[in-house]
Write a protein that binds this ligand. Structure first.
Ligand code: HEM
Length: 430
């Protein structure tokens, strides 16, 4: 069968990457060139960058033919931040690390975090109660960022969290306090590896009974399956990968809920039907009571996928969805563009959680990839889902959110897609 040849676009601008200029360019080019096109620099002979938003071709890149790809360009900044952790590592080393880490993400292991996630949200509910009494709006972007940081650090460090955060002085606070993810941030973040090395060494000497990520990694180090340095890279990866993604998704979710009273009413009815003691233990309701909340989370991640740009590099000549890519070609797939494609989604920019009540057909399965797909799929998906569900249910049972500004939040695309300014919400007690 002859290969399909996509259009070539000649662009004089710099390479694509995790920045807002790229998001805007991809948006405009998608409308003009369709779901698959090549980008060529004026001085280049070949089209070295491909942009792919056709679900079958996406499936080939991420899943069916994923062994023909490595992660692509744009990870340099992430590497400075995270060393050689799961997010950036490759080949046999990545496979070994993923195999060693996977047991820590099994549902039985994650269940140990559910009560902590619930208790942290309850603490936030007390603050929201005081703000509601004082008629004060809550700045949700920084507040949720702090909440999720505590959840991530407690799931990583378990009982050592108290040794890490003394008198409310959290050394990882720079993740919430500083929006930039530039070189200067990376340097300061990297200094924290010394602290993590110390906590890891202590845990290797005195294993704790708790089931936290540091404990899993310390066992791997003690068994000789992983070096200390490798374990520290994984700790830093989990903290960064698990923090901003979930926090951004929840901030967007609050805006969407506060501005859609019908969806909100259904969400509160579902939240009210749940036994909180059970939520605390199971991270879920019974018999699908919380399905509507899960649809709200799914729809939020469709409109605002924090992992908005995936990049890969072809290792060999490879056929993806009938297109032939040469070895060395950079491939970009943006869940943000894919999730808003009018050729795939009805009313793509609308907030309609009900669309997730209908199961996907096989072809559209790869049109929705907030956690990516295939072997490099997000390892923290289940943990993130429980954090988001528990947080929303616990607060919706107690409060009704009202937007201070009903216009859609402006977004900023960096390594993650996040709100570019605060989302203030006025909570009223129910
Ligand atoms: C709403 C929340 C989250 C979203 C939307 C999200 C999204 C993603 C995406 C799209 C990828 C694939 C990146 C790529 O292929 O280039 C990924 C990978 C990853 N995520 Fe998440 N993530 C979330 C939460 C978490 C959490 C809570 C953790 C851990 C505590 C986590 C840990 C990781 C790791 C370690 C990888 C690399 C996996 C590998 O390559 O083996 N993520 N995530």
């Amino acid at each position: 069968m002859a290969a399909t040849v996509p259009p070539v676009l000649v662009s004089s601008e710099s390479s694509l990457g995790p920045n807002d200029a790229t998001r805007r360019r991809l948006d405009a080019w998608h409308a003009e060139y369709g779901p698959v096109y090549r980008v060529q620099r004026p001085d280049g002979n070949t089209a070295a960058e491909w942009v792919i938003h056709e679900p079958e071709a996406v499936r080939d890149v991420l899943a069916r033919r994923s062994r023909h790809f490595t992660k692509g360009q744009g990870l340099d900044r992430v590497k400075i931040l995270l060393g050689n952790g799961l997010m950036v590592s490759e080949g046999d080393f990545w496979q070994r690390q993923r195999r060693l880490m996977q047991p820590a993400f099994r549902p039985q292991s994650l269940a140990d975090f559910y009560s902590m996630i619930f208790d942290e949200t309850r603490k936030m509910a007390e603050e929201l109660g005081a703000a509601a009494d004082a008629n004060q709006p809550v700045a949700m972007v920084p507040r949720i960022s702090e909440l999720i940081l505590v959840m991530v650090l407690k799931s990583v460090f378990g009982p050592d969290y108290d040794a890490l955060v003394i008198h409310d002085d959290n050394p990882f606070r720079l993740l919430t306090a500083e929006p930039a993810r530039d070189l200067s941030f990376a340097r300061r973040f990297h200094i924290l590896t010394r602290l993590v090395h110390r906590l890891l060494a202590k845990r290797c000497e005195q294993p704790a009974a708790s089931n936290d990520f540091l404990g899993h990694l310390a066992s791997a180090v003690s068994d000789g399956a992983m070096s200390e340095r490798e374990a520290v890279d994984e700790v830093m990866t989990l903290i960064v990968a698990g923090h901003e993604t979930t926090a951004s998704a929840l901030a967007f979710a609050w805006h969407l809920l506060a501005t859609h009273p019908d969806v909100l009413a259904k969400a509160q009815a579902a939240a009210d039907s749940v036994d909180e003691d059970q939520l605390r233990v199971l991270g879920d309701g019974e018999r699908g009571q919380l399905e509507w909340l899960d649809h709200i989370v799914a729809e939020t991640l469709r409109l605002y996928p924090p992992g908005w740009l995936l990049s890969r590099r072809a290792l060999t000549t490879v056929d993806v969805g009938g297109y032939y890519l040469d070895a060395g070609v950079q491939v970009y797939i943006s869940p943000y563009i894919l999730h808003r494609d009018p050729a795939i989604w009805v009313h793509p920019t609308g907030f309609d959680p009900g669309r997730f009540e209908r199961p996907f057909d096989r072809a559209s399965r790869f049109a929705y990839i907030p956690f990516a797909a295939g072997m490099r799929r997000c390892i923290g998906e289940q943990l993130a889902r429980v954090e988001m569900r528990t947080h929303l249910v616990t607060l919706l049972r107690r409060f009704t959110p009202h937007p201070m500004d009903a216009t859609p939040p402006s977004v900023e695309a960096g390594i993650n897609l996040r709100p570019s300014s605060d989302i203030p919400i006025q909570f009223c007690k129910r």
